[in-house]
Design a protein around this ligand. Structure first.
Ligand code: SF4
Ligand code: SF4
Length: 365
């Protein structure tokens, strides 16, 4: 893949990286195959976070022989200087390395968050950079891009990570032009809208934007191969047919894709609506793999156990029709007019099937 500069960091990145959150879903041997294949194919940017289950541990183990040849990114959600400093030290241990190339303040949610995180936590990152524990400082956000713009206007961040895809184009308005002007490295999450978009089309569209690297996840070797094949194209120009497809997807998903903006919250039943509709990675695995392959997947059992109790509670809350029927506050607040309640209810039979499949599989052991 032809590399691109990562802002002014001095690092050159292949435009398709690996979003490593999904490594937390599978057993190490399976996760390792995906990392090894990514390395073989020229992927050199690996994005993880201490919040992505045991992804840092698996990534660190798999990258051990190639550490000097790759760029590793991780993140902290710490709200104090001490917490962020501890998180950096933990990430270093988990990743089995003595430096992290790009360390982020993770998931800037609103202005209060910007104020808090750019205080003590940012000081911890600056000190860690001075100590050589991290090399560059980034920031991430899933909600309104104005919070990332505010953060970039208050500190000289080296990079940021933001959702960008055919449907979620908000960063193209102000955030990415600002990055181009200031030579800040743009890294992109949710490039295929959590599996809703066809990856080849979505990634080709994205390669035409002013970004350094996209970090799609991969649950199979085939997926990483498919993603990289787009990064390897000599020419990213969309054909007329592809342009038409992009327009179709934009219309089709306009009222189906949750933008994770969090504006529907709070929910009186405490349903995590953005996380359920917008970022549910395991539900996405079920939807894209189908029940049979989902049952055969080498699940990380500790992850499944966490998921099981969380999901049982979630199903119970969504099934409380009376609570939603007398509320409907979320739909009134959603700026994208998503039919939130019916979207949640549509997920329930599939989530129940996921639980049943996991129960059957563990009964076999
Ligand atoms: S309608 Fe249901 S999901 Fe929406 S805010 Fe109310 S209780 Fe929560
Ligand atoms: S459901 Fe609507 S308001 Fe809630 S996070 Fe998704 S897009 Fe935003």
């Amino acid at each position: 893949m032809k590399t691109r500069p990562l802002g002014s960091t001095g690092l050159d990145v292949a435009p398709i990286g690996l979003g490593a959150a999904q490594l937390g879903s599978s057993e190490y041997e399976h996760s390792k195959e995906i990392v090894f294949r990514a390395l073989d194919l020229g992927v050199n940017y690996f994005d993880t976070a201490r919040g992505y289950w045991d992804s840092e541990i698996k990534l660190g183990k798999a990258l051990k022989g190639d550490r000097e040849n790759v760029i590793v990114s991780s993140k902290t959600t710490g709200k104090t200087k001490e917490e962020a400093a501890n998180h950096i030290d933990e990430s270093l241990k988990r990743l089995q390395t003595d430096y992290i190339d790009n360390y982020h303040l993770h998931a800037m949610a609103d202005m209060d968050d910007v104020n808090v995180r750019l205080g003590g936590p940012l000081e911890a990152l600056v000190e860690a950079r001075e100590a050589g524990k991290i090399r560059h400082i980034g920031v991430t956000g899933h909600t309104d891009t104005k919070f990332l713009v505010a953060a970039l206007n208050r500190f000289d961040f080296d990079t940021f990570l933001v959702p960008l895809n055919i449907i979620e184009r908000e960063p193209l308005t102000e955030l990415i032009p600002l990055a181009v002007e200031r030579n800040i490295g743009v890294t992109v999450m949710k490039p295929v809208a959590t599996g809703l978009l066809p990856a080849p089309l979505a990634l080709k569209w994205l390669m035409n934007q002013d970004i350094a690297v996209a970090v799609p996840g991969a649950t199979t070797v085939h997926e990483i191969e498919q993603n990289v094949s787009i990064g390897q194209l000599d020419d990213y120009t969309l054909t007329a047919a592809e342009e038409a497809e992009v327009a179709e997807w934009t219309t089709k998903l306009a009222t189906e894709r949750c933008r994770i903006c969090t504006l529907c919250l709070p929910c009186p039943s405490d349903i995590g609506i953005p996380g359920t509709l917008g970022t549910d990675v395991l539900y996405n695995h079920y939807r894209t793999m189908g029940p049979e392959k989902f049952g055969q997947f080498p699940w990380e059992q500790s992850r499944v156990e966490d998921e099981r109790s969380m999901r049982e509670g979630l199903i119970e809350k969504i099934n409380d029709h009376a609570a939603c029927d007398s509320c409907m506050q979320c739909e009134a607040r959603c700026p994208y007019d998503l039919p939130i309640v019916s979207m949640l209810r549509t997920m329930v039979p599939n989530m129940q099937d996921m639980l049943d499949i996991w129960s059957k599989e563990s009964a076999k052991v």
